[in-house]
Write a protein that binds this ligand. Structure first.
Ligand code: NAI
Length: 455
């Protein structure tokens, strides 16, 4: 049988693309080499949130007295946490399988390789079987970067060095955990293992944590976690791993810190190796990412790519939208991908969320803007629920257009309210129009309304 569309990769971009294409009447074949649901559902976004929620409940029990609740003898049972996490993953993966079945998507759980373009279409092989399709959508995702630092590979092979995949299955909490890379994964895992009782040390190459997040918020988050006992070594370069420690340099001096386990979370790279892209001439950039245009098209006609594999945003929610853009264009509805209002969240406790420009990026772009910073205490619900919390909300306004161009937040529920800020940016409403919106009271999202009125 010849398919209208062959999709390689069953993560958020692949499975959503398959559902959307099938819903529009296409015959779809989807290949997945590991687990349907991809990194997000199996070893990323979802399982880490299950763990972090357990940690949050545990933290509440440890600090409940300030809310007038006495809890004695609470403890965290890591084996149960992992079992529950596995149950959450299974439920959601089963949901994805069900949705694909409902849409009559043919799923082949094997490693696919593009062989050639023939007169019949694109030929893809898996285990010596050959499949043909009119179009390709490549959604092969990304994998952790593992730099050639002495001792890293050996440490990984021996189970001393972990990536996001293995750390989410640890059934015993390590006494000491060193995290190399203070980005999104590093901070979320630092948060979990700190709550669970590990002595956590973060070694970060830059002078700040959280990568592109607002500088002031990064600083607040770091101070919050230092109070909780995490050690941050900023501006440090890891030079080697021994079997029980990490060696790093700062300002020409060498330091060594003991570790029972090490997490390496220094970023991810697009997975394009062994896909057979060269057989049909698909162009990649220097990092190995497939080059796409705003419609999701590669340089080869009828070959599209979406998700982490294009190296642009590397977030599951971006992948969903990119896949939709590809399918719309394939099925004749012109659609373009916009990246100016993509929210990002770090699920630490307190949470960090942002969308659009930060002060640093707005300055780099010479934008004519002003910013308002409010304490989260302007929200009544925040005060009622966050004893001692000192979150902030920062909103940026373009002075020429009177539109919101960026929002950064630290404080709980930030993850749930950031989409409202994304809509403010995406819909391009003016601050005056936004002031007419009615927010539910009392909610933490009212902080956005307060900020609008501060301009
Ligand atoms: P990341 O890019 O967020 O952070 C990597 C950090 O490692 C950076 O701060 C970088 O300066 C540092 N670094 C790089 N090389 C280093 C070295 N040799 N020594 C010390 N530090 C070094 O990457 P991360 O945390 O690995 O996450 C990977 C991807 O997964 C990201 O694209 C992220 O967006 C995504 N992700 C998103 C989540 C979310 O949306 N909540 C959760 C987890 C992952």
């Amino acid at each position: 049988m010849k398919y209208d569309l062959i999709i390689i990769g069953g993560g958020p971009a692949g499975y959503l693309g398959a559902e959307r294409a099938a819903a529009k009447g296409m015959s779809v074949l989807l290949f997945e080499k590991r687990n349907l649901g991809g990194v997000c559902l199996n070893e990323g976004c979802v399982p880490s949130k299950a763990l972090l929620y357990s940690a949050k409940i545990y933290d509440y029990t440890k600090h409940s007295e300030q809310y007038g609740v006495k809890v004695t003898g609470s403890s965290l049972d890591q084996e149960t946490v992992i079992k529950r996490k596995n149950k959450v993953v299974k439920t959601l993966v089963t949901g994805v399988k069900g949705a694909l079945k409902k849409h009559n998507v043919t799923v082949v759980e094997k490693t696919a390789r593009i062989e050639k373009k023939s007169v019949e279409g694109f030929v893809v092989s898996a285990d010596n079987e050959f499949y043909t399709g009119d179009r390709l959508l490549i959604c092969s995702g990304s994998e952790p970067i593992m730099p050639p630092i002495p001792g890293l590979l050996e440490g990984y092979q021996k189970g001393f060095v972990l990536t996001n995949r293995e750390i989410l299955d640890l059934t015993k909490i390590p006494e000491t955990l060193v995290i190399v890379g203070g980005g999104v994964i590093g901070l979320e895992m630092a948060s979990y293992f700190n709550s669970a009782g590990s002595k956590v040390t973060v070694v970060e190459m830059l002078d700040k944590i959280g990568g592109p997040i607002d500088d002031e918020i990064a600083e607040l988050l770091r101070r919050e976690y230092e109070k909780k006992g995490i050690t941050f070594n900023l501006g440090c370069k890891v030079t080697s791993f021994t079997e029980k420690s990490v060696v790093f340099e700062k300002d020409g001096k060498t330091f060594e810190t003991d570790a029972e386990k090490v997490l390496v979370s220094i970023g991810r790279k697009p997975s394009t190796k062994d896909l057979g892209l060269e057989n049909i001439g698909v162009e990649k950039d220097k990092r190995g990412a497939i080059i796409t245009d705003s419609m999701g098209r590669t340089n080869v006609a009828e070959v599209y790519a979406a998700g982490d594999v294009n190296g642009v945003s590397m977030l599951a929610h971006t992948a969903y939208r990119e896949a939709e853009v590809c399918i719309n264009n394939i099925t004749g509805k012109k659609d373009v991908m916009r990246y100016s209002a993509i929210p990002s969240v770090i699920y630490t406790n307190p949470e960090v969320a942002s969308v659009g420009e930060t002060e640093a990026t707005a300055k780099q772009k010479n934008m004519d803007f002003e910013s308002v910073t409010l304490s989260m205490k302007f929200s009544g619900r925040y005060v009622a629920e966050n004893e001692g919390g000192n979150g902030i909300c920062k909103v940026l306004r373009d002075k020429r257009t009177n539109r919101i161009i960026g929002v950064s937040l630290i404080g709980n529920y930030a993850s749930e309210l950031i989409y409202g800020a994304a809509m403010m940016i995406e819909t391009q409403m003016t601050v005056e129009d936004l002031k007419e919106l009615v927010f539910p009271h009392p909610t933490v999202c009212e902080i956005l309304r307060e900020a609008l009125f501060a301009f």
